[in-house]
Design a protein around this ligand. Structure first.
Ligand code: FAD
Length: 439
């Protein structure tokens, strides 16, 4: 491909941004590709949702598009030497309170994929994996989906390794916080300006900024005077708590080979909760059930949800109420078996949401030269190996019409009340003490 004169700024070094850079530089080896992120890619601690100890990698979706996409990504996780060291095929154990198990099985069939997956009756399931989930809460559960081909990835380690490879291929990495986007007199996006005042220019600017996206767009709308730059109601930043326990040697022996655990609920009863197998440091992890916004006045008269303004999104300041969310998760997975575990390493993780839980991978309708590729909706990590392939197709205009429509900036969106993962709480109601407002 001719790549003379092509230049790309990718804001955000999470899975959307890094995958985009990885695919772009291979497609256009002579193009200038620069990732800009507020954190160094190998920093000790990062705000990215993609930076984590582990993430579930599964194709167990009732939406056939994501089922197919996840299978494509999982094939790479299982075979490509770049991703393979980070994938653990432990299986998944999903307590389903709807027809989810059957929907997933049907999707695999429709896609012509054979895999070791089945819907298991509760009493039979309780005995699996040495009875690890014997004391879980099965209230309302119809059956348990067991897919031995699903698993998890060492998320932060994989992100660092793929970023490093991407830089070796010629991508540049600039550490800095983007304060606003830059536009020319015709309203075309020409690049970014950091909060330190550095201006970087490119023919294409791609926002992969996760939960921070609505705030960045709002600031850019104000500084440029182009009001259509705002995300409006398209994207909402949502937070959730994770917590870990360090298993003693005896418990570790019992749980080391466990599958990923999922407690599936319904739109009426709440979001699904997960428990991930222990890491090499013997730490077993959960995510909670309380998904919240942090709505503030980010500019005079402009209210939206964004991660807290601290440079680390205040991600390690977790209130007692949110820690209780993890205790609850422990209880519904392990009951008396986990009752004595000490909970530690609590973190609040932020991601960007749409009401349909679809990504936005689209040109921004408000300005030429500007693209958006984010909105993981708490499920984006597993697509890491392939996200960039679709972002490149979107930029080139060769994305399949079905995906153009599904991931569009402008499309009809469903009512959020149908979405169990929609952020329903406000963070201010979940804090121990009132935090002072800091913009
Ligand atoms: C608790 C939790 C559990 C999850 N579990 C799973 C799971 O098991 N499986 C799964 O598939 N997915 C999971 N997800 C979802 C997944 O982590 C996200 O969907 C995905 O990581 C989002 O990637 P991203 O690249 O859009 O955003 P991020 O990873 O958040 O990256 C955005 C990047 O943009 C940078 N940035 C933002 N604004 C600026 C700015 N102004 N200037 C400079 N840099 C900026 C940030 O520093 C950050 O590095 C989970 C999410 C959470 C929160």
């Amino acid at each position: 491909m001719a790549s003379e004169g092509l230049s790309y700024i990718i804001v955000g070094a999470g899975v959307f941004g890094v995958s985009t850079a990885y695919h772009l530089i291979q497609r256009y080896p002579h193009a200038s590709v620069t990732i800009v992120d507020r954190d160094a890619y190998d920093a000790e601690s990062r705000v990215a949702a993609s930076w984590d100890w582990n993430k579930v990698v599964r194709a167990d979706y009732d939406d056939i598009v994501y089922c197919q996409l996840a299978l494509e990504a999982q094939d790479i996780f299982k075979s490509d030497p770049l991703w393979k060291p980070y994938f653990h095929e432990t299986g998944i154990y999903w307590m389903c309170r709807s027809d989810y198990a059957q929907d997933v099985i049907n999707n695999y069939k429709k896609l012509g994929r054979t895999a070791d997956l089945q819907a298991v009756p509760i009493e039979e399931a309780r005995k699996l994996y040495g009875g690890l989930f014997e004391d879980a809460d099965y209230t309302g559960v119809k059956e348990v989906l067991v897919n031995k081909t699903s698993g998890w990835a060492a998320a932060g380690d994989a992100l660092r390794a793929v970023t490093k490879r991407t830089l070796e291929l010629g991508v540049k990495y600039h550490v800095g916080e983007v304060g606003s986007l830059q536009f020319d007199l015709d309203g075309r996006c020409t690049g970014i300006k950091t909060t330190r005042g550095e201006v970087l220019s490119a023919s294409h600017t791609i926002l992969c900024t996760g939960a921070y996206t609505p705030k960045l767009l709002e600031y850019s709308a104000q500084s440029s005077g182009i009001k259509d730059i705002s995300a409006g109601s398209r994207i909402v930043a949502g937070g959730i708590t994770t917590g870990m326990t360090k298993l003693d040697d005896e418990s570790y022996k019992r749980y080391a080979q466990m599958p990923v655990g999922v407690q599936g609920y319904t739109a009426a009863t709440g979001p699904f909760i997960g428990s991930l197998p222990p890491t090499a440091d013997k730490e077993l992890k959960w995510w909670g059930q309380t998904i919240f916004r942090d709505t503030r006045e980010v500019l005079p008269g402009r209210f939206l949800s964004a991660p807290p303004a601290e440079p680390d999104y205040a991600q390690w300041k977790v209130s007692a109420k949110l820690k209780e969310d993890i205790d609850f998760a422990n209880q519904v997975f392990y009951g008396k078996n986990g009752a004595s575990w000490k909970m530690e390493k609590h973190r609040i993780c932020w991601d960007a949401f749409t009401t349909s839980s679809d990504f936005i991978i689209s040109p921004h309708a408000g300005a030429k030269g500007l693209y958006v590729a984010t909105c993981g909706n708490f499920h984006g990590y597993k697509f890491f190996p392939v996200l960039g392939k679709y972002v490149v197709q979107m930029i080139e205009g060769s994305l399949a019409p079905e995906l153009v429509q599904k991931w569009a900036w402008d499309r009809e969106r469903p009512d959020p009340c149908l979405n169990p993962d929609w952020p329903r709480f406000e963070m201010k109601d979940l804090l121990d003490v009132e935090r002072t407002s800091k913009l």
